[in-house]
Design a binder for this molecule. Structure first.
Ligand code: ZN
Length: 260
């Protein structure tokens, strides 16, 4: 009886650990498709890819995989390789719902790639080549690299066709370019590349603004209408409301994660 209890106890602790701390690092089955989409999304920067690496037009190569298949969630964010960026699929054009623990599709970014795409703001803003784009009664500063400015203008044109009560969510924008690390981390935010936009903070929900529940889990909440999300996704922007660590006013240009 004692040994049966011991086995039961062991099973319980093992399964709890596995549920609380999933491991990442195995390449997704459809990796080739993701890589093709990545190359097509940034034709001016990415020359080619193979099983071992991504080759940039500058000649720089970025390793495809570090061979690790046992990464924790924090390691996935802090030290990702190229195939890790596609480990969690982005559920584009679907009804929003509370994501599972640590399901943050799009938050895994290989910094070397993004610095190549947009430049490093810490070395000066000029490299980012930004311009002002009109935004619902004001304007926002956005990068012209990778066509992000044109994608945002196209987004704005479609958003302007929405019914009037939707406009309050869009402006004033809580920010676009900001040379900073992600709160609580050393990693550069997509705002540091001028490739993302925050909408009106008055209607925003953000995981850090809420205490976790009694079970330690973050309770997902959202007020952003899906009509708005749908338009952004159509133009290549992913939405922070689809993350377990949600940030519902946040949209960033990641066409490689969106099937067109
Ligand atoms: Zn943001």
């Amino acid at each position: 009886m004692k040994s049966l209890l011991a086995v039961l106890f062991l099973c319980l602790t093992v399964s709890t650990a596995a549920a609380g701390e999933p491991s990442y690092g195995a390449p997704p089955a459809d990796l080739a498709e993701h890589l093709e989409r990545l190359k097509r999304a940034y034709p001016g920067v990415i020359a080619d890819y193979d099983k071992a690496k991504l080759t940039l037009k500058s000649g720089v190569t970025i390793p495809m995989s570090d061979g690790r298949r046992d990464k924790s969630f924090d390691e996935l964010l802090d030290d990702p390789d190229v195939d890790d960026m596609f480990a969690i699929p982005y559920p584009a054009h679907t009804k929003p719902k509370a994501p599972g623990v640590n399901v943050d599709p799009g938050r895994v970014r290989v910094e070397a790639l993004f610095r190549a795409l947009y430049g490093d703001c810490r070395k000066g803003e000029a490299a980012l080549r930004m311009r002002r784009v009109p935004w619902f009664g004001g304007s926002v500063l956005i990068t012209t690299r990778q066509g992000v400015d044109r994608a945002l203008e196209a987004t704005a044109r479609d958003l302007a066709k929405l019914p009037k009560p939707m406009m309050k969510y869009l402006a004033p924008s809580a920010g676009t370019y900001n040379c900073r690390a992600i709160a609580g981390t050393q990693r550069l935010s997509m705002h540091a590349y001028g490739a993302s936009i925050d909408l009106n903070t008055e209607f925003a929900d953000y995981w850090r603004w809420r205490k976790p529940g009694k079970d330690g889990k973050i309770a997902w909440t959202n007020r952003m209408p899906m009509e708005i999300v749908e338009i952004f996704e159509r133009h290549g922007f992913i939405w922070g409301g689809r993350w377990y660590h949600y940030d519902t006013m946040h949209f960033e240009y990641r066409p490689e994660l969106l099937a067109r």
